[in-house]
Design a protein around this ligand. Structure first.
Ligand SMILES: *[C@@H]1O[C@H](CO)[C@@H](O)[C@H](O)[C@H]1NC(C)=O
Ligand SMILES: *[C@@H]1O[C@H](CO)[C@@H](O)[C@H](O)[C@H]1NC(C)=O
Length: 137
């Protein structure tokens, strides 16, 4: 990605304040399933960028995306489904047709995903989408 844009976006991201929101039922299931620290998950859950070495969040995000159907049990991300969700989110916020932009973003983010662990795939995707879109969902 263009370095200038990247820097600009990172500055935006850093300005996002640290709030914690209550988790929904699916999210709580994941916290319990992996015996994660709920306070930490609540805090990181609203962050647009999650550090790749945050093992708790790798487990949590992968579990949650599997529940939502964005990742299958083999760890493959469903880019079609994910694109729909990104599209709906952006359309709501910008009230314009952005199908081409979404396709561009998802295609670019896909390139970062290698033969990574399930959790890393999700977190890399999450971070990349948020770098482009500021803060999804
Ligand atoms: C969760 O992590 C926070 C620090 O991030 C810590 O203060 C708290 O004791 C931890 N809770 C449990 C149940 O381990
Ligand atoms: C991906 O990684 C797994 C485990 O690290 C390995 O078993 C598998 O062969 C790798 N697949 C490819 C296509 O590199």
């Amino acid at each position: 990605m263009n370095n200038f844009i990247l820097r600009l976006l990172i500055i935006t991201v850093i300005q996002v304040l640290t709030y914690a929101y209550p988790l929904n039922d699916k999210e709580i299931d994941c916290v319990e399933k992996y015996n994660l620290n709920k306070t930490n998950v609540e805090m990181w859950n609203v962050q647009p960028i999650i550090p790749e070495e945050n093992v708790e969040m790798l487990q949590f995000m992968s579990c949650y995306w599997k529940k939502l159907g964005y990742q299958n049990d083999n760890g493959e991300i469903d880019y079609v489904k994910l694109s729909e969700v990104v599209y709906n989110d952006l359309k709501k916020r910008f009230l314009s047709d952005c199908l081409h932009i979404v396709a561009f973003i998802v295609e670019n983010c896909r390139k970062d995903i290698n033969n990574d662990s399930d959790g890393l795939k999700v977190v890399k995707m999450w971070n990349c989408l948020n770098i482009y879109t500021e803060n999804l969902f």
